[in-house]
Design a protein around this ligand. Structure first.
Ligand SMILES: Cc1cc2nc3c(=O)[nH]c(=O)nc-3n(C[C@H](O)[C@H](O)[C@H](O)COP(=O)(O)OP(=O)(O)OC[C@H]3O[C@@H](n4cnc5c(N)ncnc54)[C@H](O)[C@@H]3O)c2cc1C
Length: 506
């Protein structure tokens, strides 16, 4: 038996406010009148109409997750464990996101562990995987969120666009000496694969890297590892890239009776608008006193120096990009402006200096790719609630992971997904343990029963269960898309089929 329920979009938007919890994190909670006042529940009274509703609307919720990597798989797995059906739309053939395309390929152990974790979560019963499907291109976002009939939509699409270099006209030099971090690392990770069809780059000596975050150190390392192994190859010495990363340049070269200076390489330079001690190589704990802060800052300087010694790249602090130097339509260097740090903020100074180099690689952060139908505010989605990534125009939307945190960190993405799931999505869908306890309300057990009924009602009111025919229609559409992209419904078999194959040696 089905109950006709209005579409989610017809429900008034219950805005979420945030409140601090132990540990400083903020949690989301519904705002508005108290539950009892809102529902008109008398203490001790059992509203049997509500109980009947909960019995009738037994169709499990069905949720769309956009992006199937660290954060998306985390949410999908947790929803499935709570009996919710989940449809994960993933733009790539493989659901590993930045683990595969961001994390440099020398992190073999971490990558494999993350591949396993993500695959296990997506393989859970109740999770439908729809690969090779970009929301916003293959399926309209507004249509998916408002018309398909999903109880909720979760954005877990990460940050796939490079933040543009803040130099006017810079974009015209992309491919002519200006390179962005994301395609560069994707190339580095996939260049040896037979099926790789993306952009191709050359790792040039004496490159100028603009950045300061962890990813920019990876860019500098990639350049140093590739230029060093190429220089060794010219001498007839083959080195394994992963081993070179583990041992570092000086030790590897010493094995062959060489020093870095013997290679005739200048090495790349990393420019940062702050100081070495400001680099996010170690985190300052919240509420740390001055002594603790100093300790972390010293550790940061030491870590950077260690990386520079091991991979032989150079570092220029307190420098912000001011202009590209060009010749014959190509980038040949940068003009940098000296900065100073005042009360933790970067201030531009009057002094500038120029550096020539083989190319400029911009690694100043990643931002979400716009999805038509979702309002942007500057570089980011126009979230009205930043804790849970909510947008007023889509009352059934939540966001998890990098798309909200902006932190390039696996643990941060997974933690955020878990927190949003626990704090907001579960409540929105009425998945708290006691929310399942509709039957308890029947025992006429005074206040507790009334309270349970009130909670059940609250959740039902906020996220109506889908009608079975709505779910059947969604699954029909999902099957059609899976068929279109050649996915036969078994994740393991699919991952085996689309596993990248190495190019045969020439
Ligand atoms: C160079 C580099 C080095 C890093 N090193 C480390 C490290 O050492 N340690 C660490 O912890 N972290 C590191 N990170 C960061 C870490 O990889 C990410 O923070 C984390 O993997 C993000 O997970 P996520 O699920 O939030 O986002 P992503 O991994 O970005 O997942 C988003 C998913 O959504 C999909 N998607 C995007 N748009 C759409 C759409 N419109 N429709 C359908 N699907 C879509 C993508 O294909 C992707 O699978 C590094 C990142 C980079 C770039």
């Amino acid at each position: 038996m089905t109950t006709s329920v209005p579409a989610v979009r017809d429900r008034p938007f219950t805005s979420l406010r945030t409140f601090p919890v132990a540990g400083g994190a903020k949690r989301c909670a519904p705002t508005g009148p108290t539950k009892k006042a809102r529902l008109g529940v008398r203490a001790g009274a059992v509203d049997h109409k509500l109980v009947r509703m909960s019995e009738q609307e037994a169709t499990p919720h069905i949720v769309a997750v956009i992006g199937g990597a660290t954060a998306g798989a985390e949410v999908a797995g947790r929803l499935a464990a709570d009996g919710v059906r989940v449809v994960v739309f993933e733009m790539n053939k493989r659901p590993f996101g930045k683990i595969e395309d961001g994390l440099p390929r020398w992190h073999t152990g971490l990558r494999n562990k993350e591949y396993e974790t993500i695959s296990a979560k997506l393989a859970k019963p109740g999770v439908e995987f729809v690969p090779d499907t970009k929301v916003g291109r293959d399926i309209g976002f507004a249509e998916l969120a408002r018309e398909w009939g999903f109880s909720s939509v979760v954005l877990a699409n990460g940050a796939w666009r490079d933040r543009p270099l803040p130099i006017e006209g810079a974009e015209q030099y992309i491919g002519r000496g200006l390179i962005y971090q994301n395609p560069f690392i994707i190339w580095f990770n996939h260049a040896d694969e037979e099926s790789y069809q993306g952009e191709r780059f050359e790792a040039l000596d004496d490159a100028l890297v603009i950045g300061g975050g962890l990813a920019s150190i990876d860019v500098a390392k990639v350049l140093m590892l590739l230029t060093t192994s190429a220089a060794l190859r010219e001498r007839g010495i083959e080195v394994d890239l992963v081993e070179l990363e583990v041992r570092g340049l000086p030790k590897t070269l010493a094995q062959h009776g060489l020093e870095f200076d013997d290679l005739g390489l200048r090495g790349c330079t990393l420019f940062y608008r702050r100081r070495a001690e400001d680099m996010p190589l170690a985190e300052i704990p919240e509420g740390a006193d001055e002594k603790r802060r100093e300790k972390v800052m010293t550790a940061r300087k030491r870590l950077l120096q260690k990386a520079m010694d091991k991979y032989r790249f150079r570092f220029e602090a307190l420098s912000a990009p001011d202009a590209l130097l060009t010749s014959d339509g190509r980038v040949v260097g940068v003009r940098m402006r000296r900065t100073r740090i005042e009360a933790g903020r970067v201030k531009l100074g009057d002094e500038t200096y120029e550096r020539r180099g083989s190319c400029v690689i911009s690694s100043i952060g990643s931002i979400p790719d716009a999805i038509p139908g979702i309002e942007m505010k500057g570089e980011l989605f126009a979230f009205t609630d930043w804790e849970c990534g909510r947008i007023e125009a889509y009352p059934n939307l939540f966001s998890v992971g990098n798309v909200v945190t902006g932190k390039g960190n696996i643990v941060a993405s997974r933690k955020h997904a878990t927190q949003v799931f626990d704090d907001a999505i579960k409540s929105f869908l009425g998945l708290q343990q006691d929310a399942h306890a509709g039957e308890a309300a029947l025992d006429g057990n005074g206040g507790a029963a009334a309270e349970t009924a009130a909670r059940v009602h609250e959740h039902l009111a906020r996220a109506p269960r889908p009608a079975p025919e709505t779910v059947a229609e969604i699954i029909k559409r999902v099957r059609a898309r899976q068929q279109q992209v050649g996915y036969e419904g078994e994740l393991g078999a699919w991952l085996e089929r689309v596993r990248p194959k190495e190019k045969p040696p020439v």
